[in-house]
Write a protein that binds this ligand. Structure first.
Ligand SMILES: C[S@@+](CC[C@H](N)C(=O)[O-])C[C@H]1O[C@@H](n2cnc3c(N)ncnc32)[C@H](O)[C@@H]1O
Length: 251
């Protein structure tokens, strides 16, 4: 598997169906303002959604009063974000096609109060060197004291106990079934089946919780805090997703 496999997998057809997979209204209900609360608590104003997809978080954050930039490595995703922002009459500060490893080149250093990288996005990088490079670039574009909020599936549970899901927080669109077709230590391949019989696949590297924490530590972030399904106290074997929040040191 390659780090750029995602560019082939997010076909125009799949991208045009992404919104019915994630289900905007039910997803917003499941999150219940979690990200907005954390960003406000840390006094963040300029926020970049660097795995924007079709713009769910960038658009909601802009709507909530943040100065929100959207970027994504997939051109098709960014075009859909722009379309969705226009349809919803929301102004984004910027929308750009940018790979995570090139954020510093695209935006420059010390630009944002926070970055969000959500929807189990970081799992698309297959090589550790690429993950390290991406996290370095993320740290560079953050201001000192800035936040990186990154989430991922509970791969520990998937690898150790097999797949199960509460279908409550992510991928809660009507009638679309998401489940792994392949589960290996170095690859989890998800299959998304739509009611009309169409199927799409995404290849992912299964990030274990402690491994992700270590990557954040090694990349120079501090105060890494992990939530499980948006709760600070959680049963590691029961939650579907982890939200990891890390801080760029002030000095
Ligand atoms: C699972 S989707 C999540 C989209 C959105 N955050 C959501 O929750 O609906 C992952 C996104 O990450 C993007 N992505 C994957 N690898 C990337 C990379 N190396 N650089 C930038 N974006 C990348 C994909 O194009 C895709 O839009």
């Amino acid at each position: 598997m390659q780090n750029d496999t995602y560019k082939r997998e997010y076909t125009r057809e799949f991208v045009s169906r992404w919104d019915s997979l994630i289900g905007w209204d039910s997803r917003a209900e499941g999150e219940n303002g979690f990200f907005e609360r954390i960003l406000r608590h840390h006094n963040c104003k300029q926020v970049a959604d660097i795995a924007a997809g079709t713009g769910f978080h960038a658009i909601r954050l802009a709507h909530a009063g943040f100065e929100a930039t959207a970027s994504d490595g997939s051109e098709a995703m960014i075009r859909q974000t722009e379309q969705n922002a226009e349809d919803m009459d929301v102004a984004l500060a910027d929308a750009k096609v940018v790979d995570w490893r090139e954020l510093h080149t695209a935006f420059g250093a010390n630009k944002f109060d926070a970055l969000v990288c959500l929807g189990n996005a970081f799992t698309h990088l297959f090589e550790e060197e690429a993950r390290t490079k991406a996290l370095d670039s993320m740290r560079t574009v953050l201001r000192p004291g800035g936040l990186l909020i990154l989430d991922h599936r509970n791969y520990d549970k998937i690898l150790d106990n097999g797949y199960s899901s509460k279908h409550k927080f992510y991928y809660v669109g009507n009638g679309v079934d998401a489940r792994p077709a392949i589960i290996q230590d170095d690859l989890v391949k998800f299959e998304y089946s739509y009611p009309d019989g169409n199927k799409f696949h995404l290849s992912m590297f299964p990030l274990r919780r402690h491994y992700m924490q270590k990557l954040l530590d090694d990349a120079g972030f501090t105060s890494v805090a992990t939530y499980g399904d948006f709760e600070q106290n959680f049963e590691p074997d029961e939650v579907d997703f982890f939200q990891q929040i890390a801080v760029k040191p002030r000095h």
